[in-house]
Design a protein around this ligand. Structure first.
Ligand SMILES: Nc1ncnc2c1ncn2[C@@H]1O[C@H](COP(=O)(O)OP(=O)(O)OP(=O)(O)O)[C@@H](O)[C@H]1O
Length: 329
């Protein structure tokens, strides 16, 4: 094994290319075709804090002239401002490309008063995130999980078709509208790869293997040498599988209850452990679906297209129950 690894290192004369430079767009960024464009921070009134993330705070805001509600995501550039700016520019660049009811839309990208933060004016999602729902309800019934799976797969089909790999699918990045509709949010870790490569699971995953949240990372993102590089799109499918299993068991499913999913523990479990355990209570269809998402070899993992015709998601589409108490266990 050591010899094989040594030989692999000797052959690895190709260095990964540096990431392509991301041009900083001019702010305020205008979305020419969007009637809901917001181009001045002073037009927005802060109403409340919706949540905090690693890159900043999200506020619920009202547009003074139209009374429309938005979520204002304030990205703060800390001491490592150049990296954070590059990431924000990348996120803004992707947001300007996407336009789908399956994705949380952006209505403006604005500079704050200083140059230490950037504001994204996002579609307001009244139901919060899937993370909020799980915190309140702990577990979801299979019918709702199937609905979430279908929506996220449709969103991934749209994004992957445009060459966008999300790379951070997790409960707090799946937002819920007032009628329970699920949309994919947060493109801070995403990459655009060649759209032509997006038809299969084999497209490259980009430069920094660690972008996004490591808890939902696939084996090939933890160890591209051992599992083979090229899990960009397939990595989103793995993350979806972990999210759905979490919805079923009511806690992060890859470690024991009470154990912290730190980097070392996760590498051990994800790369060296067996396939994630699915409780006996899961139906055969759900079990089979999870097995296709959580296949450790990305080459054998289910593709988005295949999973959309899987019996588990083919029979149910509704996610209305995410905002309706009577649906819960
Ligand atoms: N468009 C939105 N509408 C309603 N609530 C939102 C919206 N965007 C974010 N939120 C809320 O704000 C919280 C923080 O979002 P944010 O994207 O900053 O961080 P995160 O995804 O939770 O974590 P991190 O960015 O560290 O991975 C979310 O969990 C969600 O509850």
């Amino acid at each position: 094994m050591v010899m094989v690894r040594e030989r692999r290192h000797q052959q690895a004369l190709k260095l990964p290319l540096p990431p392509p430079p991301v041009a900083m767009p001019e702010f305020p960024y205008h979305f020419p075709d969007s009637p809901g464009t917001v181009d001045r921070l002073s037009d927005l009134e802060k109403l409340s804090v919706l949540g905090h993330g690693s890159s900043g705070t999200v506020y619920k805001v009202r547009h003074l002239r139209t009374s429309s509600l938005f979520a204002l995501k304030v990205l703060r550039f800390g001491p490592n401002a150049a990296d954070a700016r590059r990431q924000a520019a990348r996120e803004a660049d992707i947001l300007t490309r996407v336009d789908s009811p399956l994705v949380v839309l952006c209505h403006g990208v604005l500079e704050g008063s200083g140059d230490d933060h950037l504001c994204l004016v996002m579609e307001y999602m009244a139901g919060g995130s899937l993370h909020d729902v799980l915190r309140a309800r702990r577990r979801l019934p299979e019918g709702l999980i199937a609905g979430v799976a279908r929506r996220v797969l449709e969103g991934l089909r749209y994004l992957h078709g445009m060459g966008v790999v999300h790379r951070d699918i997790k409960p707090s990045n799946l937002l819920i509208g007032s009628h329970g509709e699920v949309k994919i949010a947060d493109f801070g870790a995403s990459r655009v790869v060649a759209a032509a490569a997006a038809v299969g699971p084999a497209a490259g995953g980009g430069d920094d293997a660690c972008a996004g949240t490591c808890a939902y990372m696939s084996p090939e993102r933890f160890d591209s040498e051992g599992f083979g590089d090229g899990g960009g799109f397939a990595g989103d499918v793995w993350a979806l599988g972990v999210v759905l299993l979490e919805c079923f068991v009511g806690r992060f499913p890859l470690v024991e209850a009470g154990e912290r999913p730190d980097w070392a523990t996760l590498i051990f479990v994800v790369c060296f452990g067996g396939p994630p355990a699915v409780p006996d209570a899961a139906s055969p269809e759900f079990r089979s679906f999870l097995g296709r998402c959580l296949e450790k070899d990305w080459r054998k993992r289910g593709t988005v297209g295949e999973l959309l015709s899987h019996p588990f998601v083919a029979k149910c589409c509704s996610t209305e129950g995410l905002v309706d108490d009577t649906f819960y266990i």
